[in-house]
Write a protein that binds this ligand. Structure first.
Ligand code: HEC
Length: 121
């Protein structure tokens, strides 16, 4: 049901876009939205709202790593299974955020994209 609703929304967007994206000005604006993902603008807020209750500095509640700064988040992605853990389903051992709900898929994708673009600060 949820998937079907999302598809419907997607198609509505497609229809809307195909009718409205005509002028050159609109196309320039479309280009502007493909700015690089940065730690400060998009990534830090995700970790601040979902992780630092335990992954503070120093980490509490037995959470090994601190996730409060650019270098600590980058290092955790490079050296731990952070990306796997947020991709798992709640209830799976090691799922993060521990005891919480799964991050929205678009935020998980954003973190993965940030990684593949080389961790822009
Ligand atoms: C309620 C507390 C809590 C929250 C919130 C939380 N964690 Fe954790 N986290 C833990 C604990 C406890 C551990 C250690 C046990 C384990 O490894 O599963 C841990 C371990 C980890 C590890 C493994 C570290 C290592 O040394 O290998 C990663 C990566 C991680 N968490 C990422 C996250 C991310 C990303 C978020 C936010 C999306 C998050 N956690 C939110 C408690 C938490």
């Amino acid at each position: 049901m949820k998937t079907r609703t999302l598809f419907l929304l997607f198609y509505l967007c497609l229809i809307t876009f195909s009718c409205t994206y005509t002028s050159e000005k609109d196309l320039v604006e479309l280009n502007d939205t493909s700015e690089p993902i940065t730690y400060l603008n998009q990534i830090k807020p995700i970790f601040d709202s979902n992780c630092i209750a335990c992954h503070s500095s120093p980490a509490i509640n037995g959470a090994g790593v601190s996730l409060t700064t650019y270098s600590s988040v980058k290092s955790a992605i490079e050296n731990t299974n952070l990306v796997d853990r947020i991709n798992w389903q709640p209830g799976q051992g090691g799922f993060m955020p521990l005891g919480g709900t799964r991050l929205p898929q678009n935020l998980i994708d954003l973190i993965i994209e940030w990684q593949s673009e080389g961790f822009i600060e």
